[in-house]
Design a protein around this ligand. Structure first.
Ligand SMILES: Cc1ncc(COP(=O)(O)O)c(C=O)c1O
Length: 460
């Protein structure tokens, strides 16, 4: 991240002038939290905005400024902020109790809704987060197959536990990231997505040793590097041929790209699926779902009957009643309405509108993405680009992922904040079913102003 404190940038000055309340909160926070933040994705220099309330596709900061929101609760809010049905369900449950330390009817209804929507979900186990879900999926896979190794794809994100760190943003040689044991990292095999030959080689080379392959089905980092659907089908075929379990990490995609997630959209049946975010309607929660014979490793009677060791799985907030109430309300709406389609349609209109701005302003960038995601290609190598005809699958992944333009992207995000739009750091964002015509108009106007601010500053 560039040193913005000493940078004499009109954009950064404008950001500071617009957000004095956030600046003072950030100062306080810097005495409490490393970098003043509680989630790495919220790190931005000189500081991030402090938000007090949100509604639908918008949120308001401590200075009373309104933003079109493309963070979307880190992807949890397909229905936007404070959907009235979800709020009512949570309020009603609050009156009844937040934790029973006992089984409850809501967990049954919640799981029934998951089963009804996610094609491969024969059994469900709730966790408290997506990270816990992928941790459990990997443990299940290793226990089920008796094999140690895990295939992961470079740049794919599956949470922050020890098995998922190398090869995400660094350590692409598979060495352990700091604090992780050699033996843990050593059992992870990193592979490039969309490289069918490389995958086939890896499966051959380690035949009989690999428990599972886990993938973000729409591509690394929620689609920043899109997968080729042909590769996903090859992945399913090749893993099955080698007795390797396929885990779809649908923590972001689940209930978003389609009600049944990427597995419905692409017509592929994984062995295990990890879920979180939308699953719990904007509250904390996660789940592993999938084949009964695999999840049976969590079953007291089945494991005992089969003479197998059961996988232990406590977890104070597993199936928490508040999350269950929110999740049920949310999944009901997803089943009964066109919420996924609306978010996807808005994503397409947004990408198109932004690309028209880039063309009109002669900026060789492109907005791209699939379904309800937004990504920006800022063209670090100055290749010829027609924004409205941009196809990310035709661009080398190293170029899509390059951080050569980090300083420019950083100013772009700050300028967008000045202009009333909160983009995530990809840079990009995620849309909801509540984003509509006013948000489209405001975002496009904000991008036009942003481009002009960047030009005035000599960045473009
Ligand atoms: C694909 C994917 N898997 C797993 C996770 C981890 O989920 P959580 O943040 O709930 O631990 C995330 C979080 O963004 C994610 O995007």
């Amino acid at each position: 991240m560039p040193d913005t404190v000493s940078t004499n940038s009109p954009i950064i000055s404008a950001y500071r002038a617009a957000t004095p309340g956030s600046a003072s909160r950030a100062q306080q926070a810097s005495e409490l939290f490393p970098s003043g933040i509680v989630h790495d994705a919220r790190y931005i220099e000189p500081y991030g905005i402090y938000v007090t309330r949100a509604q639908g596709p918008r949120k308001w900061d401590v200075d009373g400024r309104c933003y079109v929101d493309y963070f979307g609760g880190h992807g949890a809010l397909l229905l936007g902020h404070c959907h009235p049905d979800v709020m009512a369900a949570v309020h009603a449950q609050l009156e009844r109790g937040t934790h029973f330390g006992a089984c409850h009817e809501l967990e049954i209804e919640w799981a029934e809704r998951v089963k009804a929507l996610i094609p491969s979900a024969e059994r469900v186990r709730f966790t408290s987060s997506g990270t816990e879900a992928t941790l459990m999926a990997v443990r299940l896979a290793r226990a089920f197959t008796g094999r140690p190794k895990l295939i992961r794809f470079n740049h794919h994100f599956h949470g922050w536990h020890d098995h998922m760190t190398s090869g995400h943003t660094n350590h692409f040689d598979g060495t352990p990231t700091t604090g992780v044991l050699d033996a843990v990292a050593g059992n992870v095999l990193l592979c490039d997505q969309n490289d069918e030959a490389g995958l086939a080689r890896l499966l051959e080379q380690h035949d009989g040793e690999i428990a599972a392959a886990i993938i973000e089905p729409t591509g690394a980092n929620g689609g920043k590097l899109p997968t080729d659907p042909k590769f996903l089908h090859a992945l399913r075929r090749l893993t099955a041929e080698h007795g390797v379990l396929l885990i779809f990490d649908e923590v972001v995609n689940g209930f978003r790209v389609a009600p049944g997630g990427a597995q419905e959209a692409y017509g592929i049946r994984p062995d295990l699926t990890t879920l979180a975010k939308i699953l719990a309607g904007g509250l904390p929660g996660g789940a592993v779902a999938g084949r009964k014979d695999i999840l049976d490793l969590l079953d007291f009677a089945v494991t005992k009957g089969a003479g197998k060791e059961k996988i232990a799985h406590p977890g104070t907030f597993n199936g928490n009643p508040l999350s269950a109430a929110a999740g049920i309300a949310c999944l009901r709406i997803i089943r009964d309405t066109d919420a996924c389609d609306r978010a996807n349609r808005f994503g397409e209109e947004l990408r198109q509108g932004l690309n028209e701005v880039f063309e009109e302003e002669h900026v060789p960038w492109a907005a791209y993405g699939t379904f309800s995601t937004l990504e920006f290609f800022t063209n670090p190598e100055h290749i010829a680009v027609t924004p409205t005809r941009f196809d990310a699958l035709q661009v080398p992944q190293a170029m899509l992922k390059s951080d050569k333009n980090a300083a420019l992207v950083h100013k772009m995000r700050l300028a967008m904040l000045v202009n009333g739009v909160d983009l995530s750091g990809h840079p990009g964002g995620i849309t909801s079913a509540t984003h509509g015509e006013p948000e489209l108009k405001d975002t496009i106007a904000a991008m036009r102003d942003t481009v002009r601010m960047l030009k005035a500053e000599g960045e473009l």
